[in-house]
Design a protein around this ligand. Structure first.
Ligand code: E4P
Length: 217
């Protein structure tokens, strides 16, 4: 399973990269706005750290506009992946971009039928937003399972990026479902290794270590 970081924060990306656990990055206009830096600059900086896919999203809603925007984004770094909205125009753009060898990530996916269309259009990635579905009392992880089942039935090569992750359990559930990728916010990533019993155990072992450390041989 690959871990992407769902952030445009350079410090968070560097920290995860130090662990060798950041296989890619997803951004969106909201995440870029949180950093208050120009897209161009931020994506080039991220690309200096991360060699895996970096998803970038613009604001065009016509097929021509999305394709033009994609070419600009690709000039920032070779590993840029174009986030394309799940619309009629977006799906047209996916086919054109993939034919040109530009990878796409169909974003804002909330139903199995949308994911099926994204795969039929030839998208490299599809992003079901589990947290936003859970927020409205739907079952985000069931959507992931449905998409994986459909893709398996027909051998679609589109990879499933579990997005809109809210807590470590979402990552665990994504792994249990067999999703290819989880894109994880930095705060959730940092919660993944914490457990109070681990902290308690370390404190106790430290205390007991001291009891014998200075004994004469
Ligand atoms: C994914 O690519 C999106 O950037 C992200 O997961 C959206 O998550 P949110 O619902 O927390 O905004």
């Amino acid at each position: 399973m690959k871990f992407f970081l769902d952030t445009a924060n350079l410090d968070a990306i560097r920290k995860a990269a130090e662990l060798g656990m950041c296989d890619g990055v997803t951004t969106n206009p909201t995440l870029i706005a949180q950093e208050m830096k120009h897209h161009d600059h931020l994506i080039s900086e991220i690309a200096k750290i991360i060699k895996g896919p970096i998803s970038v999203e613009g604001d065009s809603d016509t097929c021509d506009g999305i394709v033009k925007e994609a070419e600009i984004f690709k000039s920032w770094a070779p590993n840029v992946v174009i986030k394309v909205p799940m619309t009629h125009e977006g799906l047209k753009a996916v086919r054109i971009l993939e034919k040109k060898g530009i990878h796409t990530n169909v974003t804002l996916v909330f139903s199995p039928s949308q994911a099926l269309l994204a795969a039929k259009a030839g998208a490299s990635y599809v992003s079901p937003f589990v947290g936003r579905l859970d927020d409205i009392s739907e079952n985000g992880m069931q959507l992931v399972r449905d998409i994986l089942e459909i893709y398996k039935n027909y051998g679609f090569k589109t990879q499933v990026i579990v997005a809109s992750i809210r807590h470590p359990n979402h990552v665990v559930e994504a792994a249990k479902a067999g999703a290819h990728i989880a894109t994880i916010p930095a705060d959730v990533f940092n919660k993944m290794w914490h457990h109070p019993l681990t902290d308690k155990g370390i404190a106790k072992f430290k205390e007991d270590y001291k009891k014998t450390a200075n004994l004469k041989k």
